[in-house]
Design a protein around this ligand. Structure first.
Ligand SMILES: [Ca+2]
Ligand SMILES: [Ca+2]
Length: 344
């Protein structure tokens, strides 16, 4: 499991009230991420959560929030950070008819997605799969050239943050299901069986003598049966041991044991946002001008990615030839600076 905490993402659509959970709340200034890492370790399930101190969108008042159980045998509040498998577009059509105009433009540019909108002016759509930055740029150009839009935000690296909790009993429950309601993806029964066998194997290695009880759930409409495997250890174990066990199973099988999410509160979404309307081609460091510093930053981000990186907006601005960021973009920017009369 990656526990990379090196950067922070802009908070785009927050506005969520965190429902109080029992336990001790611990607020940590987001800047001190070594402390965060120390405290999150073992209590929070994190996948690929990147934190950037240098992000200009870094919300200074944002606090990472976790809970540590007062009684280790009872309840543990958790914060779940999930990488979402889609990007989003938020586009404003001041003249209305946004749904229709956007759907048509997407069809013409070969992008498949459903548009949602409450007022036919502010439109949102989710992009799954193989929609490239070049496709998004083409869609933007089409709409912008027709003078239809005033805002076009492309959000990538989308994470959702959900509050929830768990206890010893729930952490021992693992679901094996051939259908994923969130993604609509099917996996074969053979794969489910392989994962289940891994669970049995790991349980025997970590908690020798445990038993595993299976119960089933049937979805007649979609036509599958899901299995809940409940691990019952032979002796008493602490919630920390349970969490360690659940994380280990997650690493090996991709399944996380019983954790419940507070469904009544909408998740906080974090993303890297690219503003296409205000994008400046070549401005890799997003300071509003194109100069040598942009070419230098591109080269530094390629040769020394641990210390230099481009924001999503910077990656978008810097990729002047629409094929991903490379030394060729830095070169094109340098050529442009020598001959400013030419286009980038
Ligand atoms: Ca610049
Ligand atoms: Ca490029």
């Amino acid at each position: 499991m990656k526990k990379l905490i090196t950067g922070f993402m802009a908070l785009v659509a927050s506005a969520m009230s965190i429902a109080p959970l029992p336990g001790t709340a611990l607020y940590i200034p987001a800047g001190s991420y070594e402390v965060i890492q120390e405290h999150l370790d073992g209590y929070t399930y994190i996948t690929e959560f990147a934190v950037s101190e240098n992000d200009p969108n870094y919300p200074s008042d944002y606090k990472l929030y976790i809970q540590i159980p007062e009684e280790t045998e009872t309840f543990c509040g958790v914060k779940l950070l999930m990488k979402e498998n889609y990007d989003t577009l938020n586009i404003t059509f001041p003249g209305g008819k946004g749904k229709e105009l956007l759907s048509d433009a997407m069809q013409e540019t070969g992008i498949t997605s459903n548009v949602s909108s409450d007022d036919d002016i502010h439109c949102e759509c989710r992009l799954y799969g193989n929609v490239s930055q070049a496709d998004v740029k083409a869609l933007y150009s089409k709409l912008n050239d027709s003078g239809l839009i005033t805002e076009f935000i492309y959000s990538t690296e989308l994470y959702s943050v959900r509050e929830g909790g768990t206890n010893s009993e729930l952490l021992g429950k693992f679901c094996f299901c051939s259908y994923d309601y969130d993604t609509g993806k099917w996996t074969s029964p053979e794969e489910q069986l392989t994962e289940y066998n891994k669970l049995v194997e790991l349980t025997e290695a970590l908690f020798p003598g445990s038993s595993i009880v299976l119960d089933t759930y049937e979805d007649r409409e979609l036509g599958f049966t899901a299995y809940n495997a409940t691990v019952i250890p032979m002796g008493d174990i602490t919630i920390e041991e349970r969490i360690d066990f659940a994380l280990k199973i997650k690493e090996e099988t991709g399944k996380f044991g019983g954790l419940f999410i507070n469904e009544s509160a909408a998740p906080v979404l974090k993303a890297e946002c690219v503003d296409l309307v205000n994008a400046i081609e070549g401005d890799a460091n997003c300071d509003g001008i194109v100069n040598m510093a942009d070419a230098v930053l591109i080269m530094q981000s390629l040769s020394n990615p641990d210390n230099y990186w481009l924001s999503s907006q910077g990656l978008f601005n810097g990729d002047v030839n629409n094929n991903g960021i490379s030394a060729a973009d830095a070169l094109a920017i340098q050529k442009f600076l020598l001959n400013p009369g030419q286009n980038l």
